[in-house]
Design a protein around this ligand. Sequence first.
Ligand SMILES: N[C@@H](CCC(=O)N[C@@H](CS)C(=O)NCC(=O)O)C(=O)O
Length: 200
Amino acid sequence: MELFHSPGSCSIGIRVLLEEIGAPYDLRIIDVKSGAQRRPEYLALNPKGKVPALRRPDGSLLTEFPAIALWLARAYPAAGLVPEGLEGETRALELIEYIVASLHMRGATFALVPQKFCADPAAQAELAAHGRAVVQAGFATLAERLAQADYLLGARFSVVDAAAFYLIGWHGRVGLDLDPVLAAYMARLKARPAVQRAMA
Ligand SMILES: N[C@@H](CCC(=O)N[C@@H](CS)C(=O)NCC(=O)O)C(=O)O
């Protein structure tokens, strides 16, 4: 497999999952800070101009974090990255969508790059504050779950934790401190060998 990844971006979550699985993959760095995602050669491969993207063993390209994460979990079941059965998978999708579609796309994105959405500096400041509040409320929701269990779906690491890892990892950039529950959770994630390999 090939992972198209930008350091510091959400694609670190998919890298974590690949390391948890232990299947071989090549890393292709697409540095979004320098605009590499908009270069013609990358757009020819992935017209969305985003990371993560995963080239699978059959040569096809898969995009969108939730889809890649759930495909990896189902394609490599021995890693136990999603609870078994309809209810388990549905709950995983519910939470991963909340993290990616709400907290990342409508929270962190507004907080970090408000200038992408409006030109007026006052409007940008308002949008950034709104985004920060969305992430803050999301952190409280995640912390509530983590007060009951080590991982977001219970006692086992899952695809949902890979999404939470990248999002919570942005707390400093978003301008939020972590409460003790989230700080302990991040320390638990960073102690996992797969996470350490992904961050190396
Ligand atoms: N909905 C997409 C979001 C991916 C996304 O926004 N990726 C960011 C990095 S965290 C990106 O590629 N940004 C580059 C850009 O928007 O130009 C997913 O779930 O994968």
